[in-house]
Write a protein that binds this ligand. Structure first.
Ligand SMILES: [Zn+2]
Length: 232
């Protein structure tokens, strides 16, 4: 074997290792900087020697919880998300670091906060799409101007119908909410459109549907509130 073969092999190994590291996951991708043991999560916490260090600023919410960011960061398996969240909190929850030094406590608390934030963001479809859009320079602002007149009319009509309904009609509206008109199929439809738009990196389309989703979720809330206030 000649020199070039050796160099080539080392180079290839480094490329593979670098790629795994940048992705933040993969078998043997990361090792504890203190004891060198292999880490099974993307958290800066070693369960072996109980070493905790700082988070990489560039790490995504997905990567922090060991979930793939690509090919579509809007697609998140809820069961897997919950499982990863609990697994992560077992490693960094402040209760587990209460007897440690101030430096360790602070570092673990910072990781635990980041894990909570990542979980809450990925759990809610509205927050999740806001996060993905933000990462691509398309923040959905609080006072987002709605230019879609069709959507404005639709929302106004839905709100009026909710305000005026009571008794049987409200029961029917809530049932429809679970199936066809107000909530589920509309929300589901918007979620499908967002997923498709993110899949092809159509950020304008994803943002348009995110604004629609926000209104659809508000209609669902208004229905629940009306039903909660109704006296029967
Ligand atoms: Zn260690």
């Amino acid at each position: 074997m000649n020199m070039f073969h050796q160099v080539g092999k080392v180079w290839a190994r480094r490329q593979v290792a670098g790629l795994a590291q940048r992705r933040g996951y993969g078998v043997g991708a990361r090792r504890c900087p203190s004891c060198g043991s292999r880490l099974s999560t993307a958290l800066p916490v070693c369960p072996g020697c109980r070493y905790v260090w700082g988070l990489e600023e560039s790490i995504t919410h997905h990567e922090l919880l060991g979930l793939p960011y690509g090919p579509n960061p809007f697609v998140v398996d809820r069961g897997e998300l919950k499982r990863r969240f609990l697994e992560a909190q077992r490693l960094c929850h402040p209760d587990g670091w209460a007897t440690r030094s101030g430096r360790d406590k602070d570092a673990a608390a910072a990781v635990s906060n980041a894990v909570n934030r990542a979980y809450q963001t990925l759990l809610s479809p509205m927050e999740r799409i806001g996060y993905v859009l933000g990462r691509n320079g398309n923040e959905v602002g609080e006072g987002e101007q709605v230019e879609d007149m069709g959507l404005i009319m639709e929302v106004m009509e839905a709100r009026e119908a909710i305000e005026q309904s009571e008794g049987e009609v409200l029961v029917e509206l809530r049932e429809a909410n679970d199936g066809e008109y107000y909530d589920l199929s509309c929300v589901k439809g918007a979620l499908g459109e967002i997923e498709a738009a993110v899949g092809v990196e159509d950020w304008t389309g994803a943002k348009r549907w995110a604004v629609r989703l926000k209104y659809l979720l508000a209609i669902g809330d208004a229905l629940e509130q009306r039903a909660g206030n109704a006296e029967w």
